[in-house]
Write a protein that binds this ligand. Sequence first.
Ligand SMILES: NC(=O)c1ccc[n+]([C@@H]2O[C@H](COP(=O)([O-])OP(=O)(O)OC[C@H]3O[C@@H](n4cnc5c(N)ncnc54)[C@H](OP(=O)(O)O)[C@@H]3O)[C@@H](O)[C@H]2O)c1
Length: 243
Amino acid sequence: VRPLSIPLQGKVALITGASGGIGFTTARALAATGARLSLIARTPAKLTRARDQLLDAGFPPDQVIAIPTDMSDPDAAARAVSATQDQLGGIDILINAAGGAHLKPFHELPIAAIAEDVGANLMATLYTTRHALPALIASQGHIINVVSGLGKRGASSAAAFAAAKFGVQGFTESLRLDVARFGVRVTALSPAGAGVNTAFWDTADPKIRRDQMLAPERIAELILIILTTRANALIDDVTIRTS
Ligand SMILES: NC(=O)c1ccc[n+]([C@@H]2O[C@H](COP(=O)([O-])OP(=O)(O)OC[C@H]3O[C@@H](n4cnc5c(N)ncnc54)[C@H](OP(=O)(O)O)[C@@H]3O)[C@@H](O)[C@H]2O)c1
């Protein structure tokens, strides 16, 4: 058995949720492999800071573009995907890591929070993927959807988030069957258990203890393994939790 060495050098990765947490940590790891990146998140200042951090780390400006976009808006998502293709010449890898959660009993959850959780986690994933699919079919690319343990089993105070993530899980399983014939690979990656120590928890549950959580680097490492697994083997559905 030889260590995997599928090159990611020069591949184009579109990453949603790229300004923080799992998305940003994955962007940094992919940049180090020589991949070219389109970073996407809503807040322009946060996204510019994320790109600047990569440039400060020595990655060249033409390796990393940033396109501030709310990907739960289907027209804006279309523009961000085509800007990525125009500027980087295609899409080989799509990481759907945009998301967020409001964790409260459902009867206390404002309607705006429901819309935001479903928008960021589910609709953004559907729209981004739909718009990027022609490019991913052309490149025989790889899609990784960041799901959640709450996409497989519900929990109290997580009804809207779980509804969105069950949707992402069902979407991912079904999409995989639709696009396998084109050589497009699709993976569901679910952080579970104590969670991942990111700004996600600032909104989801600011009082939660974070010392048992996974570092986002563990998720980024797993994403690199998934992407570099040889093409006749697919890591299709994986859960990662604190041991
Ligand atoms: N942290 C955990 O314990 C955990 C556990 C299970 C699953 N997850 C999932 O992992 C993914 C990444 O979360 P994280 O922990 O890295 O959280 P994070 O640090 O809060 O990052 C979330 C990213 O998504 C972006 N975003 C949110 N809504 C968006 C939208 N509508 N369009 C485009 N970008 C959007 C955010 O930037 P803006 O706000 O500026 O848009 C930010 O860049 C999410 O899908 C989350 O549900 C996280």
